[in-house]
Design a protein around this ligand. Structure first.
Ligand SMILES: Cc1cc2nc3c(=O)[nH]c(=O)nc-3n(C[C@H](O)[C@H](O)[C@H](O)COP(=O)(O)OP(=O)(O)OC[C@H]3O[C@@H](n4cnc5c(N)ncnc54)[C@H](O)[C@@H]3O)c2cc1C
Length: 384
């Protein structure tokens, strides 16, 4: 997945992003508004349907192609956070959904008629401990009845469909703590007038995230994905793709920060010389570049294994962690290189700094990746 790979896709994404300069994102950021025009343009160009097979109207591309799309969006200074979930959550539907579910939803998602942007997993009391979620789905004839609450359900207000994880068997009656969870396709267009309440949460960056309340929300049993009780496995099977795509976004962010920092360090003259001539200014940028490249290589390795159908759990997790660290480091260096101007809104750096900070915590925090590596790669005792 070097820059020469998927060159046509990269060039097309870059061209599209030129229509959405810093001023566009600054205005949205001030208003905490959704980048509807940007998402519509990506949809129209087919980029958000990259991973949908051609038989359902998508582009049928590989994960590396989808990663290239997201990397270029971030590298151009735009923000794919407004729509990236559509790429990684549809994997659950693709791999585990029935033929009828795919025929019903995927063509609409591919054409942009239907938005599958919301992923309801996290809850206020369970956080990272997904098996402890309390939202329940109780079978009632040919429906399930959902009660409970989700938090940080990003883009729920802008999406038509939500992929929802809920408990169908109480934890103390399930054979394993991860059993008894089920995944549903929730059509929020119906549910919004029948027990579903969405409340926006204002955050440090513009991310359109919400909390969602379920009060006897009815979902047709036909919208259960796969088998009842196996939902945790279905969600897990999509995690590696999600980690690789988020890593690609972070690599794109890091490249944007490094480009900006290097350009400014060459141009800004203080004490009669460019600040970039000072090693105290150039070394942090060079170090951020080295760390970005290392993360990029790990991301490529994870994608290579993924596409070969091999286990890539460790590499996908490491790619996500290293890339999030690299973008965070590059963001910090970029502000430092710009001195006071790094804090000025019109430079876009403080906005991108706030946006990329998220990936230290979501969709999985660094500590949990380290725990995964310690336990599953190094054989150390499980710490939680
Ligand atoms: C802007 C935003 C958007 C999001 N979008 C979505 C979304 O669309 N859908 C969705 O389902 N979720 C979403 N999330 C939720 C996100 O995935 C969680 O915030 C994340 O998984 C961490 O969960 P938590 O916030 O409950 O933290 P907690 O689980 O409470 O953890 C708090 C801190 O403690 C640490 N910690 C917890 N347990 C351990 C342990 N055993 N060992 C070491 N450290 C530990 C964590 O690393 C973290 O730093 C979003 C979050 C944010 C902030």
């Amino acid at each position: 997945m070097d820059d020469s790979e998927h060159g046509d896709i990269r060039a097309a994404v870059r061209k599209l992003c030129e229509r959405f300069p810093g001023e566009y994102w600054r205005r949205l950021d001030r208003e905490m508004a959704y980048p509807a025009e940007f998402v519509a343009a990506l949809t129209e160009a087919g980029f958000l349907a990259s991973l949908i097979p051609e038989e359902y109207g998508g582009a049928g591309l590989t994960l590396t192609a989808a990663a290239a799309v997201l990397e270029e969006i971030q590298h151009a200074g735009c923000n794919g956070g407004a729509c990236h979930a559509q790429m990684y959550i549809m994997g659950t539907l693709l791999r585990h959904g029935s033929a009828a579910q795919k025929e019903r939803y995927l063509p609409g998602v591919a054409s942009g008629e239907l938005r599958l942007q919301a992923f309801g997993v996290t809850e206020p009391t369970s956080g990272t401990d997904t098996s402890s979620i309390r939202t329940t789905a109780r079978r009632d004839g040919d429906h399930y009845v959902v009660n409970g609450q989700k938090i940080w359900t990003s883009r729920a207000a802008q999406s038509d469909l939500m992929l929802l994880l809920a408990r169908t068997t109480p934890k103390d009656q399930a054979a394993k703590r991860t059993d008894g969870l089920s995944v549903f396709i929730l059509d929020m267009r119906d549910a919004k007038t029948a027990g579903l309440t969405i409340r926006p949460i204002r955050t440090m960056m513009n991310h359109s995230t919400t909390e969602v309340f379920f009060d006897n929300v009815r979902i047709p049993a036909a919208n259960l994905i796969g088998e009842e009780g196996k939902g945790f496995r279905y969600i897990l099977s999509g995690m590696n793709a999600e980690r690789i795509l988020i890593a690609a976004e972070c690599v794109g962010d890091a490249k944007w920060f490094i480009d900006r920092a290097s350009t400014y360090a060459k141009e800004r003259v203080i004490f009669d010389r460019p600040i970039g001539r000072n090693q105290g200014v150039q070394f942090p940028i060079a170090k951020a570049y080295a760390n970005m490249r290392a993360a990029e290589l790990m991301m490529r390795e994870a994608a290579r294994l993924y596409e070969a159908g091999r286990d890539c759990g460790a590499e996908a997790n490491m790619a996500k962690m290293l890339a999030a660290d690299a973008s965070n480091e590059a963001a910090n260096v970029c502000i430092q290189t710009h001195g006071g101007f790094g804090f000025a809104e019109e430079y876009d750096i403080e906005r991108k700094f706030r946006e990329t900070r998220l990936y230290q915590v979501a969709p999985i925090s660094t500590n949990l990746i380290l725990s995964y590596l310690a336990e599953h790669v190094l054989g150390l005792p499980r710490s939680y």
